[in-house]
Design a protein around this ligand. Structure first.
Ligand code: UDP
Ligand code: UDP
Length: 300
């Protein structure tokens, strides 16, 4: 997602400094920006302090795929919590506006459906998803405390499931897994009965929402849900991917990972009102673009 954000900010005439430790991202996604003299890259881990002069900070740091964030869960919490402290410290010193890419995971396995920002969530504090969920929840707490205590200009968005070209083939999240499996003719792995739901937003929509949030007046802090309210079961997603790829892959059913949310769909009334934003890319169109990317990357 960061590579798409860098592209958009450069197109709008900004100077961009991209900070990444390349734990889950790859330099290939930003190679085409290297010749641009308004673009710089720093290999850095946000859990360590960073001294720069900037006007705006987008804090997207943290692995977002369950298999990646569960690989080193202690580091995941540090990335969200120490990372937020360092970026907030930087914002405070240079008086920069700062946006936090929070997540629908703050709602956990939600009992309120669709989820409005006023819902406090149902999160297991000691499970295998907690390093991500609680890390992101604590980051939100830090943002609002820096806002109350130090009057920082903060912007918090809660991002729902997003998919995009540039995802790693081994990312592990459902859209890339299904597409890669379908293209290779391998079985499509459905976790559980496949009746759990998610709402998928295409990256171009998401980035527009994120940049619109940064441009809001000082009093708009969020949290604001940014996602696509069209809800699908994982079985429906698998069928759509099979149809669009023309694949002969069969479905195989695997165990459902623990604490896997049963349903997820954003209420985006506030985004519509405060940002004048709503998604425009239908799942089918976004999937086609993402499938084309993987066909090229995997040479299929
Ligand atoms: N920090 C940073 N870059 C800066 C300013 C601060 O990385 O330009 C880090 C610094 O290491 C500190 C953290 O941000 O630990 C929080 O900063 P803050 O000023 O809020 O707290 P303090 O320095 O008082 O601990
Ligand atoms: N999922 C699946 N097969 C896969 C990968 C994921 O059925 O190969 C399911 C997963 O159990 C979850 C949903 O798809 O219910 C979305 O998973 P993902 O890891 O993409 O993101 P999450 O929203 O759970 O963070």
């Amino acid at each position: 997602m960061g590579s798409h954000l860098c592209e958009t900010l450069l197109e709008q005439g900004n100077e961009v400094i991209c900070v990444d430790n390349f734990y889950t991202g790859t330099k290939n996604n930003i190679l085409h920006l290297f010749p641009n003299p308004h673009f710089e890259v720093i290999r850095h881990d946000v859990t360590f302090p960073l001294y720069l002069e900037v006007d705006q900070i987008y804090n997207l740091a943290c692995p977002a795929s369950p298999i990646h964030y569960q690989h080193d869960p202690v580091q995941t919490t540090k990335t969200s919590v120490h990372g937020a402290i360092n970026m907030l410290g930087l914002a405070k010193r240079v008086k920069a506006k700062i946006l936090q890419a929070s997540t629908s995971e703050v709602y956990g396995d939600p009992e309120v459906h669709p989820q409005p920002e006023t819902y406090w969530g149902k999160v297991n504090p000691i499970g295998i998803r907690s390093c991500y969920d609680e890390g992101k929840r604590c980051a939100e707490t830090l943002f609002f405390d820096y806002w109350r205590q130090h009057q920082l200009e903060i912007k918090v968005i809660r991002i729902f499931n997003t998919y995009e070209p540039n995802m790693h083939p081994n990312d592990g999240r459902v859209v890339s897994n299904f597409i890669v499996q379908a293209l290779k003719g391998e079985p499509i792995t459905i976790y559980g009965d496949g009746l759990q739901t998610r709402s998928f937003c295409y990256v171009s929509d998401l980035i527009k929402g994120m940049v619109a949030m940064m441009a809001t007046p000082k009093e708009v802090t969020g949290p604001i849900n940014v996602g696509n309210p069209q809800e699908f079961t994982m079985l429906e997603l698998a069928k759509a991917v099979i149809r669009l790829t023309g694949s002969k892959s069969q479905l195989v059913f695997k165990d459902l990972p623990s604490d896997d949310p049963k349903q997820r769909k954003p209420n985006i009334d506030i985004a519509k009102k405060e940002l004048g934003w709503q998604p425009t890319v239908a799942l089918e169109d976004g999937l086609q673009k993402t499938i084309a990317y993987f066909q090229k990357t995997l040479n299929i």
